[in-house]
Design a protein around this ligand. Structure first.
Ligand code: SAH
Ligand code: SF4
Ligand code: F3S
Length: 488
């Protein structure tokens, strides 16, 4: 095995044996299940990406810190907050339909309720949202959540809508301990950075989330350590582009590879995943961390977006088809058995039939385990909206998307079939969706495995499971024995 270079730049106090184990400035995680008592109860509904899930946990922390309670039942809440997504037109439509329902409830219920819109739609539409959506009391952007208690008070006192959509260059909510109010107690998201500086032509995120900034590594390590102590078995570290994580500390710079390495040292029994990794700067150092650390999963979400170099250029993704394919090869050479998932967009501005065919042929070359696939949706303000014409007809977009989805389904099934006959280590998450007589868990490569219950195994265990059958979405297995992650 090749040695891992350049990763021990700083002594890390949190790695056992390398210094002072104290100095935790993040509180222990509060796995509170559904309800938290409080005089006024808040219900948070989350749309969009994993980062919004993590942000809702920050919102829960800010509000419970001020005496608010939490509930998972909208009907009994005094405050309803929708943490929204603006990535595609249909994501916004979903929120608007939900707002229409809630407005109706608000008019017809016997007691007052405050209704707030948080997140990316709040940031994109700002006060326009108040004109468009009557009865919204709060509009709060992703960097203004510390201000929520004040905004709620201001609205309650005056009946006036309260707005804070200020973006920040510094805010990372670093020392706020997220309240994981809707958790399985095993898997958690940990946000390591905010914003994005990439300006991909199709994407609204730089406008809704602002400039990229990294959270100090100390606070990240403290949070993960606290999760380990509370019994969590899996963390997914989050950023829009984790490879550009950079934190300057004690005169040195912590890269994403180094951060991941340090996180992986916190516990050999903690599985580590991350999202999202931009192909333009996926370093060999990072690939070596995958190779060296058994608890860093052999799975990389590496969104390609398109298979044609010309389209990638129009999308301003800053890599070519060949560079992307070379990266996949390099990753496979350094990390044996690594698998990939991706994001794909069908019908971007000017996409020809031949360019679309290149997406299909790239899929054939890479053979992703999994993909998130979308029809292009023009977003106001973006480079594409300003410079290009959204000229691929809706029915052509749909047909191309269907072709992409069909191709992916075939590749997913093929990948699952290759696993039949192997033994996989799964983290057991609990009963399967379909039946209490079965358990479900996930493999290192994030595939769902369902197997018959056995007295020797329970939620939270690592289990060796022999894969006996599969569908395109699920592996079916037979329990062999419990194990540890370190033993494999
Ligand atoms: N930061 C991540 C992506 C975040 S958005 C990255 O760079 O990979 C998640 C996905 O939504 C994107 O990867 C893209 O595939 C899709 N997406 C973003 N904007 C879109 C748009 N305007 N229309 C359709 N899909 C879009
Ligand atoms: Fe959007 Fe590109 Fe940033 Fe991802 S890297 S969030 S696609 S601008
Ligand atoms: Fe949506 Fe905002 Fe995430 S636009 S995808 S919730 S960063």
């Amino acid at each position: 095995m090749q040695p891992l270079l350049d990763l021990d730049i700083l002594p890390d106090p949190r790695v056992p044996g390398s210094g002072d184990p104290e100095g935790q400035d993040v509180d222990a995680p509060k796995a509170v299940g559904a309800e938290v008592d409080g005089t006024r109860r808040v219900y948070i509904e989350t749309y969009g990406c994993q980062m919004n899930v993590a942000d809702s946990e920050v919102v829960a922390s800010v509000l419970t810190g001020e005496g608010y309670g939490l509930t998972l039942d909208a009907a009994s809440a005094d405050v309803i907050l929708l943490n929204t997504c603006a990535i595609r037109e249909n994501a916004e439509q979903k929120v608007r339909r939900r707002l229409a329902e809630l407005r109706h409830d608000k008019r017809h219920r016997g007691r007052p309720m405050q209704l707030g819109v948080l997140g990316c739609m709040a940031e994109r539409l700002r006060t326009k949202l108040l004109e468009e959506e009557k009865l919204v009391d709060l509009v709060v952007g992703p960097d203004a959540y510390r201000d929520l208690p004040r905004l709620l008070d201001a609205n309650e006192g005056t009946g006036q809508a309260a707005v804070n959509v200020q973006l920040s260059r510094e805010e990372t909510y670093a020392e706020i301990a997220p309240v994981r109010y809707d958790t399985n107690g095993l898997s958690a998201f940990v946000s390591i950075m905010r914003g994005c500086d990439n300006m991909c032509a199709f994407c609204v995120v730089p406008f809704t989330r602002g400039r990229e900034r990294s959270r100090p590594s100390d606070s990240i390590l403290d949070e993960v350590k606290a999760l380990v102590d509370a019994g969590y078995k899996e963390v997914t570290v989050l950023g829009q582009n984790v490879n550009s994580y950079r934190s300057g500390e004690n005169g040195a710079t912590v890269s994403f590879a180094e951060l991941l390495y340090r996180v992986s040292l916190l516990s050999p029994e903690l599985r580590i995943r991350y999202s999202t990794s931009h192909p333009k700067d996926c370093s060999d150092e990072l690939l070596h961390v995958h190779r060296e650390r058994t608890n860093v999963c052999n799975f990389i979400h590496l969104p390609v977006q398109h298979g044609s170099t010309e389209v990638l250029e129009r999308m301003r993704r800053t890599y070519t088809r060949d560079e992307y394919l070379a990266l996949i090869e390099r990753a496979r050479a350094i990390v044996p058995g690594v698998s990939f998932s991706t994001d794909l967009i069908a019908g971007f501005c000017g996409e020809t039939e031949a360019e679309h065919a290149e997406t299909l042929s790239l899929m054939d070359l890479v053979r992703y385990d999994h993909a998130f696939m979308f029809a292009y949706s023009e977003r106001p303000q973006t480079y594409a909206a300003r410079k290009f014409v959204d000229d691929v007809p809706e029915e052509v977009k749909k047909r191309r998307l269907t072709e992409i989805i069909d191709r992916q389904r075939a590749h997913g099934l093929e990948s699952n079939r290759r696993d039949v006959g192997t033994t996989q280590v799964v983290l057991v998450e609990g009963p399967s969706k379909r039946s209490d007589a079965q358990l479900m868990g996930r493999t290192d490569t994030n595939k769902v495995v369902v197997f018959d219950r056995d007295d020797r195994v329970q939620k939270g265990d690592y289990a060796r499971v022999r894969v006996v059958d599969c569908s395109s979405a699920t592996l079916h297995g037979a329990f062999v024995e419990t194990t540890t992650l370190a033993a494999g």
